[in-house]
Design a protein around this ligand. Structure first.
Ligand SMILES: Cc1ncc(COP(=O)(O)O)c(C=O)c1O
Length: 480
């Protein structure tokens, strides 16, 4: 068995879950025919398919889909909906201090309703065209926010591993130094996405963060984190990186954040909440030294678009959910159960022979669509990943294509598809929602399609092939 799969918690059967069900949502019954009708109305687009029909498992996203704890629900009842300086705001500041080790005395904290709103503020105020931001991997909306402002979003993931291949999210340090040398004055910051969603949800090692920090100091630029899955990243460091096993998750998180000058975060992931986001910048960040008016510009942006800085687009209830979520997420037993479950799902899929991206990351398992259809007549421009996700809807299972269709484009003049380097279908596991058995059902449904891969239809876009962000809007016809 590959090394990374052998380390999963659920390889030992009958390990207790880190929680019990305290509230459940009963399913209504739908037949495959009901689902087929709904899928046709949705144009086989998974985003348009009604979620109430997904008894098999909704693995479209791990974002904002967490099942809340009773502690969160009861904290939310105490949410203070005052317009200014609500009670929860002060608790959130305290929680940021405890969870990330940052204090409002030395950091600027801006709240937003979700991650991309925080990114939009940052990227639209750091300067205009000509800037380059090197990263281990931009998330798609983060990239869109950078590019909308004429900033070059440069992905330079490390591809060759000599030491610890678990840390598939590391940035390529040689490429990074080359970029910093060439563009010294035009790099406002280096961005590390922890864990790296686009690259398979894979973690970044502490060593890599430290080395990036050293390079940033040498070239007088800032290090920013896209910190959506910071706790899952810290768990990988504790479990798999030499020298960290004896540290608590909290200590590792503090160490990670002590190395950065700023971060954006969507609280819909490791904030364990349904809404919320933040942009946080250290007073002494080189970014603020180069552009001292930025702190004030961001505050104005926040007030214009989100509301008073003490709620920043979040309700008092959302704030309380995040206070409790950020406290709980660094619990080692929670993380052990969470990541163990994702890895066990990956292990099971691999045992069934489904080609997945390895090593498995923290929040999702990625199916390699090119290998899935290898040896069949399915070509990349037939969008086999779309067909796969479309047919799974009939089983009440929802996954997300992140490949030839989502990241490809259409050249209308040449009447040709421009295809991206990666072609995946993602099964993202919502936090605290599913059990091992649910995920095995999903895996068995995928296996059923894998065994019939020769006969699967191609997906022909009937609307939206030439649109931006087309995977959200498109419609398809399945052709056998
Ligand atoms: C790595 C990463 N950054 C940023 C975002 C954007 O966060 P939000 O969905 O809250 O806007 C996401 C969302 O999935 C993400 O995975």
């Amino acid at each position: 068995m590959p090394k990374e799969l052998a380390l999963t918690r659920f390889d030992t059967p009958h390990v207790p879950r880190p929680h019990v069900n305290a509230i459940v949502r009963p399913h209504h019954f739908f037949s495959p025919e009901d689902r087929r009708r709904a899928a046709l109305i949705a144009g086989w687009n998974v985003f348009q398919f009604p979620s109430e029909m997904l008894q098999g498992g909704d693995l479209l996203s791990d974002s904002g889909t967490t099942t809340l704890t009773l502690e969160q629900l009861s904290a939310m009842v105490l949410g203070d909906e005052a317009y200014g300086s609500n009670w929860g705001y002060f608790q959130l500041l305290e929680t940021f201090e405890k969870t990330f080790g940052i204090s409002q005395k030395t950091w600027n904290i801006y709240l937003f309703h979700q991650g991309r709103a925080a990114e939009h503020a940052l990227y639209s105020h750091i300067g205009k065209s000509g800037l380059v931001i090197p990263s281990n991997g931009f998330f798609d909306t983060t990239r869109a926010n950078a590019e909308a402002n004429g900033i070059r979003a440069l992905d330079i993931p490390r591809v060759r591993y000599t030491k610890n291949e678990i840390f598939g999210g590391d940035i390529d340090l040689v490429e990074l130094e080359r970029t910093l040398k060439t563009h010294t004055a035009s790099v406002p910051f280096v961005l590390l996405t922890i864990t790296n969603n686009t690259g398979g949800g894979q973690p970044v090692s502490m060593e890599n963060i430290q080395e990036v920090r050293t390079l940033c100091k040498r070239y007088k630029t800032s290090l920013f984190l896209d910190a959506c899955r910071f706790a899952e990243n810290a768990w990988f460091i504790k479990r798999h990186e030499a020298g960290h096993a004896q540290k608590s998750i909290s200590k590792i998180v503090h160490d990670m954040f002590s190395l950065c000058d700023g971060f954006t975060i969507s609280l819909k992931k490791d904030g364990l909440s349904h809404m919320g986001g933040a942009l946080v910048i250290r007073n002494s960040a080189p970014l603020l030294k180069h552009k001292p008016q930025l702190a004030e510009e961001l505050r104005d942006h926040q007030i214009l678009t989100e509301g008073h800085p003490t709620y920043g687009g979040m309700t008092g209830r959302d704030i309380m959910s995040a206070v409790e979520g950020l406290r709980h997420v660094v619990d080692e037993h929670y993380l052990e159960g969470r990541i163990g479950l994702v890895h066990d799902f990956g292990s099971y899929l691999a045992k069934l022979g489904i080609p997945i991206v390895k090593p498995v990351g923290g929040h999702a398992v990625y199916i390699d669509v090119d290998r899935f259809f290898a040896g069949t007549k399915m070509k990349r421009e037939d969008f086999g990943g779309i067909s796969l996700t479309a047919l799974l809807l009939l089983k009440g299972v929802r996954l997300c294509e992140l490949g030839a269709f989502a990241f490809g484009t259409y050249d209308s003049k040449a009447k040709k598809d421009v295809l991206p380097p990666k072609n995946y279908v993602r099964a993202a596991v919502p936090r605290n929602k599913y059990e091992q058995n649910d995920l095995y059902y999903v895996a068995d449904c995928i296996k059923g399609l894998f065994e019939n891969r020769e006969k699967l239809p191609r997906a022909v876009p009937t609307y939206g092939r030439d649109k931006t962000l087309r995977h959200f809007k498109a419609r398809f016809r399945l052709e056998w």
